[in-house]
Design a protein around this ligand. Structure first.
Ligand code: NOJ
Length: 475
């Protein structure tokens, strides 16, 4: 469906549809991450982090120019605090700049600490603190990063330092943001640090290191205060078999794989007929490896008080034993699958399909419900990006983003009606920022940033979302 039809449909729905009430105490928020907004004055200059170094490789980061500065949040903290506090949301998710705070063993940086004291002192809403949002201190990255068991120990020292300084102010701790994306981009495609390709050995070593770090942090935080809540944010895609995407009914990875036989005279055959959908093979493997492995590992260790879910899009897989490029077999091919193009529906400026239904599917799947039971779920990220085609194309009225938010909140509401314990939603992002390898161009923010002047302008979606936060309902 074309985007204008989509928006029209959303607008028509608004007239006929009743508003959607969210549960009392539902937590509304926005999210950011240090490297994407701060522009910490030392980080790029002194190459404090792996990402600060990565920026100097032009073929690895698109339009990196502003990235060392990101959107100058470090400098414009007070102005940004006003925008956060005025929004009307009850919470704000941010990440600590580990690389700038922790510059070597036992070396913690006072001035950066003072920045976070100002941030947490000025926030009038509940902080949700992310401890690792992809970026590593360079002194640890150079020694093997998460593949080196020492990184988990140093991470635990960092957590203890944060507890000493902010343990009374922060109740919700997100140890890792999207460990699966970090591992996939860092060890499969190699488009992010540490830049390794199809390195399954590195992948699982780093996986193990991150898991240990999570476990250590969980214990430290609980020792400090058992009522603190510790979780991590997982990137969750809706993985679908190609057959299901074509027929709209067969092969959903979340449906039982057998269905009752409906023909008469079944006495001589089994009452069940097996459905063959080989496309389910790669979809299920990816679902397990990408979506569930880290969650299951944390659950097994008993170290998950809540789960953060970051949802953006769906991926469709087709069974194949052939690599897309036989000369250069990628991991998808080795896992018997080929990623398919998404159908002609609406996409964001990065070509990601907008598929709100997928969020409902992820949250309401039997597997998800069974594993998470009654544990609180927070949607810790969900967002829409725009790329300016010219300096005039600021898209301040951003009707696409508004339609995106509304349709995804409808999916969440639907899952809540089915007793999935979703306790909050954080829009990604509060403000336009640096989108990693894709540079400064993609704009996910509710607040526009001018890349010349760094002026902030709230978009229409800021006001739209503000109404939702204040009224606890979606109209
Ligand atoms: C998830 C990541 O956590 C965040 O850093 C990124 O900007 C958004 N996805 C959009 O890609």
């Amino acid at each position: 469906m074309d985007i204008f039809k989509f928006i029209k449909k959303v607008q028509e729905n608004r007239v006929i549809q009743e508003s959607l009430e969210f549960p009392t105490n539902f937590t509304w928020g926005t999210a950011t991450a240090a490297f994407q907004i701060e522009g910490h004055p030392d980080e790029y200059r002194e190459k404090l982090s792996d990402w600060a170094e990565w920026l100097d490789e032009p073929e690895k980061v698109k339009s990196p120019n502003g990235a060392g500065l990101a959107v100058k949040h470090y400098e414009k903290l007070e102005e940004d605090l006003t925008l956060i506090n005025d929004l009307g949301a009850a919470a704000y998710r941010f990440s600590f700049n580990w690389a700038a705070l922790h510059r070597g063993p036992d070396d913690f940086h006072e001035e950066t600490l003072a920045f976070y004291e100002r941030l947490l002192g000025g926030l009038k809403v509940k902080p949700f603190a992310t401890l690792v949002h992809f970026v590593l201190p360079n002194w640890l990255a150079k020694e093997g990063g998460w593949e080196n068991p020492n990184t988990a120990c140093e991470f635990n020292n960092f957590v203890k330092f944060l507890l000493e300084n902010f343990g009374e102010k922060i109740q919700h701790w997100i140890t890792f943001n999207e460990p699966n994306i970090f591992l996939g981009f860092g060890y499969e495609s190699g488009i992010w640090p540490p830049g390794k390709t199809n390195d399954l050995n590195g992948y699982f070593k780093a996986y193990q290191g991150m898991l240990t770090a999570h476990e250590l942090a969980y214990k430290s935080i609980k020792e400090f205060n058992p009522s603190h809540q510790v979780g991590f944010s997982q990137n969750m895609y809706y993985f679908q078999s190609y057959q299901e995407s074509q027929e709209g009914k067969l092969g959903d990875v979340n449906k039982p794989k057998i269905k009752p036989e409906t023909t008469t005279n079944t006495s001589h055959i089994s009452p069940y007929k097996r459905r063959v959908d080989l496309d389910l093979v790669p979809a299920m493997i990816r679902d397990q490896l990408h979506n569930y492995s880290f969650i299951e590992s944390c659950l097994d260790m008993g170290s998950l008080d809540f789960l953060g879910v970051n949802y953006y899009t769906r991926f469709i897989y087709k069974f194949s034993t052939q690599a897309k490029d036989p000369a250069n077999p990628d991991l998808d091919s080795l896992l018997w699958g080929q990623l398919q193009n998404t159908p002609e529906s609406q996409h964001n400026s990065l070509g990601w399909e907008i598929y709100p239904e997928g969020l409902y599917k992820v949250l309401s799947s039997e597997k998800f419900k069974k594993l998470l039971g009654d544990k609180p779920i927070f949607i810790t990220e969900n967002g829409y990006s725009h790329i300016e085609s010219s300096p005039e194309d600021k898209d301040l009225e951003d009707s696409y983003r508004i339609a995106f938010i509304k349709s995804h909140l409808e999916s969440i509401h639907r899952a809540i009606q089915e007793n999935v314990n979703i306790q909050g939603y954080f829009y990604w992002s509060l403000i336009d920022n640096f989108e990693w390898a894709l540079g400064m161009e993609p704009r996910f923010g509710l607040i526009h940033v001018d890349h010349e002047t760094y002026n902030r302008t709230p978009k229409a979606s800021y006001h739209y979302y503000s109404d939702i936060c204040k009224t606890n309902q979606v109209i």
